[in-house]
Design a protein around this ligand. Structure first.
Ligand code: NCD
Length: 364
C-alpha cells in the first residue's frame, strides 16, 4: 500500500503528473466530483491546523468521498496512552486513506508501516510536510510557468520550519535553482538538510541573516513563521520572534515579478498591507493546496500498485547508537526498535524515523 511520508518518495515524473491533474481539476471540477465516491478519509490531527486539515477534508468531499477524524490529541485515545501503531491498525478498519499530523517526528511513518491503508504525512514536528510542498510547487508552477531556473529565498525559522525542509528537497531535483537561506544564527537550516539536500545535490546556496540585502534578485521569497511550539526555551523564542517582517517598504527592493509565498499561518512576518501587492501569492497557495491534495488522494487511491513495499524492514539496529532527538517518535512509542540507515554519502548513521544523526551511547 503506497503512502506519502516525504517528498523524495515521489519521482519528478509523478510530481509533474500531480501538477497536471491539479490544473485539470481546477479547470474541470465536475469531471472529478464522483471520483472517490464511497471512499473515506480519516484526518488524525494530533497537533493544531486550520488549512491542512480543512483542505484535506474539502479535497475529499469535492471528490465525492466522506471524512472522519479528530483535530486534537486530547480527543483521541492517544491521551490514554495508545501507541501510534495501534491507532494506525484501528483506523485501517474504518477508512480508506489517512492524513496524519503529529508533533513527534516520524509518527506518520510509524503509522504507515502499521496501517493497511495509505498514510499521508500532514506534518511531523519540525521534520517534513510533503503536501504543503505540493501546494508550493503548484503555486510556483502556475505563477512562474516553470520549476527550474529560479532564485529562491527562504526567510525565518529554517531550523524548525518543516515546510522549508520538504520544499528544499523538492527543488533540489530541478535545474538551475539557487537558494538564499535567510535566518538568525539560532534558526539556521539543520545540518542534515544542508548536507544531504543542498551539498549532496551540489546546489548553489548562500546563508545570510539579512532580508534586505537578499531581496533584489529573488524570483521567489518563501516567508515562514518562527515556530514557537518547537522551542525548548521560551525566552529564546521571544528574542527571535520578530526577526523578520516583510513590509511594503522592503518590497520596494524586490523584483516586480517576485512571487511571495508563506505556508501560513502568518503571525507578523508579513505585514497585512503586503496582501494587496500583486506579488503576494500566499492565499492562492491555499487554494493550490486543496487541488494538490485532491490530485494526491486520487493517485494513492486509484493507482494499481502491486509492489506494496514492506517498509518496516528498512534500517538496522546498531548496538552502540541511539537517537538523541527529543522530538523523535522513538522516544515515546512503545516497543519501537531504534533503527538507523547510512546517509547517502555513507558518512553517518541517521535515525530512520526523524533523520537525525545517530549518537554514540557513551556520548550521553
Ligand atoms: C505550516 C505547518 O504546519 O508546518 N502550516 C501549514 O501546514 N500550512 C507552517 C506553520 O505552521 O508555520
Amino acid at each position: 500500500m503506497r503512502s506519502l511520508i516525504d517528498i523524495p518518495e515521489l519521482s519528478v515524473e509523478e510530481i509533474d503528473q500531480l501538477l497536471k491533474t491539479a490544473c485539470d481539476i481546477s479547470e474541470n471540477p465536475e469531471k472529478y466530483q464522483n471520483k472517490l465516491k464511497n471512499k473515506k478519509l480519516a484526518t488524525l490531527f494530533f497537533e493544531p491546523s486550520t488549512r491542512t486539515r480543512l483542505s484535506f477534508e474539502a479535497a475529499m468531499l469535492e471528490l465525492g468521498g466522506s471524512v472522519i477524524g479528530f483535530s486534537s490529541a486530547d480527543s483521541s485515545s492517544a491521551s490514554k496512552g495508545e501507541s501510534m501503531a495501534d491507532t494506525a491498525k484501528v483506523i485501517s478498519c474504518y477508512a480508506d486513506i489517512a492524513a496524519i499530523r503529529h508533533p513527534k517526528e516520524g509518527a506518520p511513518y510509524v503509522a504507515s508501516i502499521n496501517a493497511s491503508i495509505p498514510v499521508i504525512n500532514a506534518g511531523d514536528g519540525g521534520h517534513c510536510h510533503p503536501t504543503q510542498t505540493l501546494a508550493d510547487l503548484l503555486t510556483i508552477y502556475r505563477e512562474k510557468g516553470r520549476l527550474s531556473n529560479l532564485k529562491v529565498g527562504f526567510c525565518g525559522d529554517l531550523k524548525y520550519g518543516r515546510t522549508v525542509h520538504s520544499l528544499l528537497s523538492a527543488l533540489s531535483r530541478y535545474e538551475n535553482i539557487s537558494i538564499v537561506l535567510i535566518s538568525p544564527e539560532e534558526l539556521k537550516l539543520p545540518g542534515y538538510v544542508r548536507r544531504e539536500v543542498l551539498e549532496a545535490k551540489n546546489m548553489d546556496f548562500v546563508q545570510t541573516d539579512s532580508l534586505e540585502d537578499s531581496l533584489n534578485d529573488l524570483d521567489i521569497l518563501y516567508m515562514t513563521r518562527i515556530q514557537q511550539e518547537r522551542f525548548a526555551d521560551y525566552e529564546e523564542y521571544l528574542r527571535l520572534k520578530d526577526s523578520y517582517v516583510l513590509d511594503t517598504k522592503k518590497l520596494e527592493l524586490a523584483k516586480s515579478d517576485l512571487c511571495i509565498l508563506h505556508p501560513l499561518p502568518r503571525v507578523n512576518e508579513i505585514s497585512v498591507a503586503v496582501d494587496k501587492d500583486p506579488r503576494a501569492c500566499y492565499f492562492k497557495q491555499v487554494m493550490n493546496g486543496k487541488l494538490m491534495r485532491m490530485a494526491l488522494m486520487l493517485k494513492l487511491l486509484t493507482e494499481n500498485r502491486s509492489d506494496s513495499a514492506d517498509t518496516c524492514c528498512e534500517g538496522e539496529t546498531v548496538e552502540d547508537l541511539y537517537c538523541a532527538n527529543p522530538r523523535c517518535i522513538s522516544t515515546t512509542e512503545q516497543e519501537l526498535p531504534q533503527k538507523f540507515k547510512l546517509s547517502d554519502d555513507k558518512a553517518v548513521y541517521r535515525c530512520i524515523y526523524c533523520d537525525h544523526k545517530a549518537t554514540k551511547k557513551e556520548e550521553k
